[in-house]
Design a protein around this ligand. Structure first.
Ligand SMILES: NC(=O)c1ccc[n+]([C@@H]2O[C@H](COP(=O)([O-])OP(=O)(O)OC[C@H]3O[C@@H](n4cnc5c(N)ncnc54)[C@H](OP(=O)(O)O)[C@@H]3O)[C@@H](O)[C@H]2O)c1
Length: 244
């Protein structure tokens, strides 16, 4: 009980309790959990589809939900992977004008299918300039985990815009005071939080947002892990425990 309120931990086992990330036991048919580490999952969504919503989904949902963007505003999502493919769907369903930013053209068709109005290939375009040409983004959600990519997005913000960083990279970011003075702009981070998980799942069910998943039986956990680490799963590897 003592650790429950200490610090900020990986949190899906409740406040301060860890499952599977640094403590063994997450890949199991049964586990003991604190009540405050649980949320209810509606029948309209399968457990396999719900699973990625409890991290990738909640992170991007709450980033947008708590952002300054209003219906019709331009919202950009950088990185179309596990987080980004959900962010594009949430942004579209929330009524924003959506720009997807990714490298190359491989993700273009998918991004448009998921709801993007614009696709920006950051290998041939400067995303900041392209967003400025669209009028400047109210919110840019950075999910591509590369500091230089995150830094390059700032110039794409419009008036009183927000750059929200979900991606993890410990390399310093590259901005000057002028980048902020010319806005004024806000840069903030976002971290997955159990408090909005139920809302994220509810919104996903209401608006038909679903993650793209590859399901493996529990017995193939090692194979699933290897494929995930090699970035060969589109987009989330989910372990099926028992029959569902
Ligand atoms: N804040 C939080 O609470 C939270 C929660 C979950 C995850 N995260 C973090 O969020 C980040 C994204 O996670 P994810 O699961 O979405 O990862 P992912 O599935 O690997 O997707 C990352 C995307 O970023 C793109 N990308 C990587 N480097 C790039 C570059 N140099 N230029 C342009 N695009 C680039 C990748 O493009 P390609 O497809 O072309 O490789 C990929 O589409 C990770 O750092 C993860 O640790 C944070």
């Amino acid at each position: 009980m003592e650790n429950r309120t200490k610090g900020r931990h990986w949190l899906h086992g409740g406040h301060g309790h860890t499952t599977a990330l640094t403590t063994d036991g997450g890949y199991a048919e049964y586990m003991v959990a604190y009540e405050d580490g649980l949320i209810s999952i509606p029948d309209e969504i399968t457990p396999e589809e719900a699973a990625p919503l409890l991290c990738a989904g909640e992170t991007t949902f709450s980033a947008l939900h708590n952002s300054c963007a209003k219906m019709g505003d331009l919202v950009a999502v950088s990185g179309i992977g596990g987080l980004g493919h959900l962010a594009v769907q949430y942004a579209r369903k929330a009524g924003y004008e959506v720009a997807a930013i990714s490298r190359g053209t491989d993700k273009k068709e998918l991004a448009m299918k998921l709801g993007a109005h614009h696709y920006i290939d950051c290998e041939v375009e400067n995303p900041a300039e392209s967003l400025k040409a669209l009028g400047g983004a109210k919110v840019i959600l950075a999910t591509a985990p590369k500091a230089s990519v995150i830094s390059s997005l700032m110039g794409g913000l419009g008036t009183k815009g927000e750059l929200i960083i979900a991606a993890v990279d410990d390399t310093p970011l590259d901005w000057s005071a002028m980048d902020f003075l010319m806005g004024p702009n806000t840069v903030k981070g976002t971290f997955t939080d159990i408090n909005e998980m139920e809302a994220a799942v509810k919104f996903s069910v209401l608006t038909d947002v679903r993650p793209m998943i590859e399901v493996f039986p529990l017995e193939q956990a090692a194979e699933a892990y290897e494929k995930m680490m090699a970035a060969k799963t589109h987009f989330r590897a989910v372990l099926r425990i028992g029959k569902s």
